[in-house]
Write a protein that binds this ligand. Structure first.
Ligand code: MN
Length: 169
């Protein structure tokens, strides 16, 4: 399960095979992630074309882009996520899933994202799932705003994820 504004399923990125934009391409190709139980939440940005999602169609990866999340709301998004993610799960949370108004401290910000509270509620909605691991990535302190708001939010999101792990059944 990936919270992100980016798909990170490009096979090559700026000429590099292993880069932060190709992590999930290789995770699927190497069999580390079951694509049928893989969902991406919060995807958005001006650079996407249909061809970017060929990989998703080929492997049956579920994409909940930001428009769908915002129009269906947090509760329905949680329902969809829980329908896709069955069994042991890993959560990778890219801080740029959050709107840069709340989390400016990241290298590739995309406007129009999740609020802090939406993210908290989405993660709390995972309670009981057999979460075996998690991360929060892409926090860049040099871009952070006053009060280190990105770092504060990232720490709180990790706290929420640890709480989900504590409730794992
Ligand atoms: Mn990202």
């Amino acid at each position: 399960m990936q919270f992100d504004s980016h798909i990170d399923t490009w096979d090559e990125y700026f000429g590099g095979k292993h880069f932060h934009g190709s992590a999930f391409y290789w995770a699927v190709e190497e069999g580390l992630v079951d694509p049928a139980r893989f969902v991406q939440v919060g995807i958005r940005g001006p650079m996407y074309g249909e061809a970017d999602f060929d990989f998703h169609r080929k492997h049956g990866i579920t994409v909940l882009d930001i428009d769908r999340v915002k129009s269906e709301g947090v509760d329905r998004t949680i329902e969809t996520v829980r329908r896709v993610v069955t069994g042991p799960a890993y959560v990778s949370f890219d801080i740029d899933a959050i709107d840069p108004a709340f989390a400016p401290g990241t290298g590739t910000p995309e406007v129009g994202g999740l609020t802090s509270h939406e993210a908290q509620r989405l993660l709390r909605g995972l309670a009981g799932l057999p979460l075996v691991g998690c991360d929060v990535v892409e926090v860049s302190p040099q871009f952070d705003g006053p009060g280190q708001i990105t770092a504060l939010l990232a720490a709180n999101l990790l706290f929420e994820l640890l709480c989900v792990m504590a409730t794992a059944k």
